[in-house]
Design a protein around this ligand. Structure first.
Ligand code: GLV
Ligand code: MN
Ligand code: MN
Length: 413
């Protein structure tokens, strides 16, 4: 018998989470450690308790909700995603993977299924890089990909460190070393997510079985020029940090456009200037540049080109440049057996499926370092994501959650 998820419950809970936002609907903004982020995590914990799952929260805020199997000594099957959201986001990114997992468990519970292996839902903290400039903070720490001393020293725009944030929230010094999970802690990890690209929607295919996840890197650039009076400093005397930054952003675009690889992309998503007054020459520009490719060598070539362009541009404009690579990750390859199980489960439900690449990153990128991992994608309208008009249809969500339920049943029985 194929699992039947309670779609009304799932859609209603998606709306409840969407309303927990720093900005009014349809915008969803839940930046790490905002009241909305903390409230959303609290709400999800209550849902987990309602499903009689055993709750645990680690030192950085990753939440683990376990449905104990009849042989609890076996490594568990893990699934999950995130509930934080970038500024001006929609309501499905991450949320479908968390609530879709809970709906899958609900349906398995309703039919009386008794897992042999435990099934664990993980709600990863801070998949989005908004506060600290680095994505998948929870997954990086859990997999051991990020050293705890480096993590604690990360700072946000107000120069407040992760160490300070954790101290303020938990009221004590936090021992992050305990977050890391050993290789083999899980028998497998599955992340259900909207595709965030147009392939499934255009092709009318219900399910994507993600074979690999593209390699992301983030470059932080601090340009310091010379400020001054917008009327009084004549053009030959200027060392305008904004204009140097503008050239850097264009150079990043060019590096991706002229890459040998079709999959190279570069985005200057953060660009802040000081002092930000119309009658003052900008003396400082802070940029963050996101560079990705499915091919590691092509990504690194683009990254190197951008760095040498920064040196050239800043020298020509007599502006000083400090750069830091915040992350430079390898791509992940998903587990062939899990992929077959996804294809098979989709087929049982009469759904079409397609093997594909994830161009967005996910906590699965890091879980793949400690256990067999795969992702289940569902279509989103026109591939739109990271925008308030992001949309996945009820049918698409129900398909994804049902496929996840089937996969979990197969792996846990
Ligand atoms: C995740 O949100 C990403 O930027 O890929
Ligand atoms: Mn996202
Ligand atoms: Mn996401």
């Amino acid at each position: 018998m194929a699992a039947e998820v309670d779609l009304d419950w799932l859609l209603q809970e998606i709306d409840v989470l969407a309303a927990i936002s720093e900005e009014p609907a349809p915008v969803v903004t839940r930046v790490l450690f905002s009241e909305a982020d903390l409230n959303a995590r609290q709400h999800v914990k209550q849902l987990c308790t309602g499903l009689r799952l055993n709750l645990r929260e680690d030192a950085v805020g990753n939440i683990f909700a376990r449905w104990d199997g009849t042989e609890p000594e076996l490594a568990a099957i893990a699934t999950g995603s995130h509930v934080d959201a970038i500024p001006n986001a929609g309501k499905f990114d991450g949320v479908v993977g968390v609530l879709g997992a809970l709906a899958a468990i609900r349906s398995l519970q309703a039919e009386g299924f008794k897992p042999r292996r435990s099934i664990e839902v993980i709600v990863f903290v801070a998949e989005e890089p908004t506060r600290f400039g680095i994505g998948c903070l929870g997954g990086r720490l859990l997999s051991g990909a990020l050293r705890t001393d480096r993590a604690l020293a990360l700072t946000d725009d107000d120069d407040k460190s992760l160490r300070q944030w954790l101290h303020d929230i938990y009221g004590r010094e936090t021992a992050l070393d305990s977050v890391v999970r050993e290789r083999g802690s899980y028998a497998g990890f599955l992340e259900l997510h909207i595709e965030q690209g147009p392939i499934l929607d255009r092709a009318g295919i219900a399910i994507g079985a993600v074979e690999s996840i593209a390699a992301p890197a983030t470059l932080r650039v601090q340009l310091t020029g010379e400020g001054g009076h917008a009327g009084a400093v004549l053009m030959p005397d200027r060392h305008d940090a904004l204009l140097a930054g503008a050239e850097v952003a264009l150079a990043a675009e060019q590096a991706a456009r002229e890459s040998q690889s079709r999959d190279s992309v570069a985005t200057t998503g953060v660009f802040r200037i000081k002092p930000g007054a119309v009658n003052s020459v900008p003396f400082r520009a802070d940029l963050e540049i996101d560079v990705r490719d499915t091919d590691l060598a092509a990504r690194d070539t683009a990254l190197q080109r951008i760095q040498s362009d920064i040196a050239r541009i800043s020298h020509r404009r007599s502006v000083s440049a400090a750069t830091a690579i915040l992350n430079q990750d390898a791509p992940a390859v998903c587990d062939p057996e899990l992929l077959k199980t996804i294809d098979h489960s989709a087929a049982i439900l009469g759904l079409t499926s397609l093997r594909m690449v994830s161009r967005a990153y996910h906590n699965a990128l890091f879980m793949a370092q400690i256990c067999p991992t795969a992702m289940i994608f569902i279509p989103c309208r026109n591939g739109v994501s990271h925008r308030p008009d992001e949309y996945a249809s009820p049918k698409a969500i129900s398909n994804g959650s049902s496929v996840l339920a089937e996969v979990l049943r197969k792996l846990a029985e």
